[in-house]
Design a protein around this ligand. Structure first.
Ligand SMILES: [Zn+2]
Length: 274
């Protein structure tokens, strides 16, 4: 029994070694100029990053493009522009961290524009409203796939500070799934970090719910009041798009996200200073 476990661990270690070696080779590939051009045209935050962050981001993009499958739906063509515009935004979530590149995600389905979907959304903890709503994207823990609307991907990338970015939102869900639960808590290194994270998120989530119920305007999109998983996705959008205001209005939330993402987007944000 023990011997089997030992052998299993050796195999896992070997596979990990081979995967790392393959990824290193992918990163060493030259990055086509056309791709850089598409990124600079479409993704407003890119040129605001430092040179070393830009280089790290492009390395990550090579891995995503090699490992994830893109499929066009409803007539959407999958061009290199589509692939790099999605990938570079997703990879902003990976900077400065050891990562396994969204391991639960295999396929990204791209539609030309926002699509109608059945929606269930809680009004309070007990009452749910059902209906059709326009959607820009979705993903789920067990699907292995993600759906994105190309028009929403492009508009999210073009305006770096309106608080809306469907790619950051959906890929934040994928980070949440890394520890096998869709509970708004991504994989954190220590128990102490998990406890601190849960305490801050619980408090902030409760105050967003209360604000939504009373109609008080909020910096965070009230879609985040749906549940803890949506709260993390919406907070991630605000962290990268409206960091200066998030830091001043929700300092504890900002600090947890800053520790997790190992970034301070207030430094490169295009957000208007108030
Ligand atoms: Zn969501």
């Amino acid at each position: 029994m023990l011997e089997n476990k030992h052998r299993y661990n050796n195999v896992v270690q070997m596979l990990g070694f081979l995967k790392d070696r393959h990824r290193k080779r992918l990163k060493a590939r030259p990055f086509p100029n056309e791709w850089v051009k598409s990124i600079k045209n479409n993704v407003a935050f890119f040129t605001r990053l430092s040179g070393s962050d830009q280089a790290e981001l492009l390395d990550h993009v090579q891995i995503i493009l090699a490992e994830k499958n893109f499929e066009g739906c409803a007539g959407q063509e999958i061009t290199d522009e589509v692939r790099v515009t999605v990938a570079v935004q997703a990879c902003l979530l990976l900077l400065h961290r050891k990562t396994d590149y969204f391991p639960r995600l295999l396929t990204i389905l791209v539609y030309p524009s926002t699509y109608l979907a059945d929606e269930q959304r809680p009004i309070t903890a007990e009452i749910w409203e059902e209906g059709k709503s326009h959607r820009a994207g979705e993903t789920a823990r067990t699907m292995g796939s993600m759906v994105l609307a190309w028009d929403a991907v492009k508009s999210g990338a073009a305006d770096p500070s309106d608080g809306k970015n469907v790619v950051l939102h959906e890929f934040a869900h994928q980070l949440d799934y890394e520890n096998f639960a869709a509970d708004g808590t991504p994989a954190l290194a220590t128990r102490k970090q998990q406890l601190a994270w849960r305490e801050v998120m619980r408090t902030e989530f409760a105050s967003l719910r209360a604000a939504e119920a009373t109609g008080i305007p909020t910096l965070l999109d009230t879609y985040g009041a749906t549940n803890a998983a949506e709260f993390f996705a919406v907070s991630t959008e605000a962290f990268f798009e409206r960091p200066v205001r998030l830091r001043s209005q929700h300092p504890r939330l900002y600090s947890e996200l800053q520790n997790y993402f190992r970034q301070d987007p207030a430094e490169f944000s295009a957000e208007k200073r108030l």
